[in-house]
Design a protein around this ligand. Sequence first.
Ligand code: ADP
Length: 160
Amino acid sequence: MANLRKALYPGTFDPPTLGHLDIIRRGAAMFEELIVAVGTNPGKKPLLAVDKRVDLLRQAAAGIDNVRIERYDGMTVEYAARCGATVLLRGLRSVTDFDYESRLALTNRALSGIETAFILADAQYAFISASLVREAAQLGSNISSMVPACVAEAVKKKLG
Ligand code: ADP
């Protein structure tokens, strides 16, 4: 029998965008339980602290009842095993994403045997990237068409 009931959607989510939220909504409709795992990248200084990103994702995904948002450190495949997740979920926007994501998925499968499922970005969100949202916000632009309202407010507050 298929064993893909619990999925883990790992990412940096710095900050969470409408594209991420779309993947969360559609992933939650595909799996019995979806854990959104917010990673810490020790090599990079984030715009928003990891606990803030968790808090914002919890607010933005509040209406979806089979979704849990957690933070994690270290290897994604190890966290997935600890959670009992048997599949990783990732979003794909373009061939550039495919190139990186396919190597990541093959590496994760070589490391632990875990499968990765991909959801193609919705056309209306496919252009949105957290890094460009960060850049735009840092230059003083209004990012509210690309992120949930709570995120736009938190980023504005953070950047003063
Ligand atoms: P990471 O640093 O792990 O790549 P991100 O937070 O940038 O984390 O992205 C997490 C996942 O969400 C990745 O699979 C990425 O391709 C996907 N993603 C990012 N933006 C979008 C979007 N606009 N639409 C669909 N998927 C997206």
